[in-house]
Design a binder for this molecule. Structure first.
Ligand SMILES: [Zn+2]
Length: 233
């Protein structure tokens, strides 16, 4: 199982690595990587691999058989190459802000309404949260967002810890989520606001989020509601 460097350091933007394997000329496995593979509702990173003054664009990152695989846009890299890797920080940082904002919203909505979460999809421009509420109204949703913004304004630190799986699972607000057979889970704690298992990338302090804005709410059928939100710059 390959552990991404982003698990312990979400702010690592550039790093050196050695190519461990190349498949079909365009799927690259590195000896270590900080590129985030698509998972848990957070989109994959993009960026570049530089080798001998040649630049290769990373167009997709996924985790397969426990290894993080980087899909590049052209041929030329080979096993053993020493490479410089650069993450598209603009995209990643937006997703980090979105992810931490989503945790704060999860927590506020759960505490205020008792809702559990059934899914989420983060995006650079807007994100969505799905939860199991029978009833909701726009004004209530807006008031939850205001509460979340009050929490953001407290400039709280966001901490990364690791915990035994059974202990960490109790903190989850996700319905029927399978955390697999790992012994330890990574836990994201937003001081005094939220604590839950998560493998995603997060900002260090809530002040970096700035402000959550309401976009829309959708009724997705009985007991299924969807909230769209964005962040102000
Ligand atoms: Zn998360």
């Amino acid at each position: 199982m390959q552990e991404g460097l982003y698990l312990r350091d979400c702010y690592l933007k550039e790093f050196d690595a050695i190519i461990e394997n190349v498949k079909d000329e365009k799927y690259i496995i590195l000896d270590k990587t900080a590129f985030y593979p698509v998972s848990g509702g957070q989109p994959h990173d993009t960026g570049n691999i530089v080798c001998n003054d040649q630049e290769y664009n990373i167009v997709f990152v996924g985790k397969f058989d426990g290894k993080i695989s980087h899909e590049i846009d052209k041929e030329g890299l080979k096993e053993g190459d020493k490479v410089r890797c650069i993450i598209n920080w603009n995209r990643r940082y937006k997703l980090m802000r979105m992810h931490t904002a989503a945790h704060i919203l999860d927590s506020v909505i759960h505490n205020e309404s008792g809702a559990m979460f059934t899914g989420n999809q983060l995006g650079e421009d807007k994100s969505r949260l799905d939860f199991n509420l029978e009833k909701f109204d726009r004004e209530k949703m807006k008031s939850y967002i205001e509460k979340a913004n009050e929490e953001i304004n407290k400039n709280k630190d966001v901490k990364i810890t690791f915990m035994p799986k059974d202990e960490a699972e109790k903190l989850s607000m996700l319905l029927d989520w399978d955390y697999g057979d790992m012994k330890e889970l990574r836990v994201i704690e937003i001081e005094g606001i939220d604590k839950q298992p998560c493998g995603g990338t997060h900002v260090k302090n809530t002040s970096e989020i700035k402000r959550i804005e309401f976009v829309s709410v959708e009724n997705k059928g009985q007991g299924r509601k969807r909230l769209y939100f964005k962040l102000s710059e």
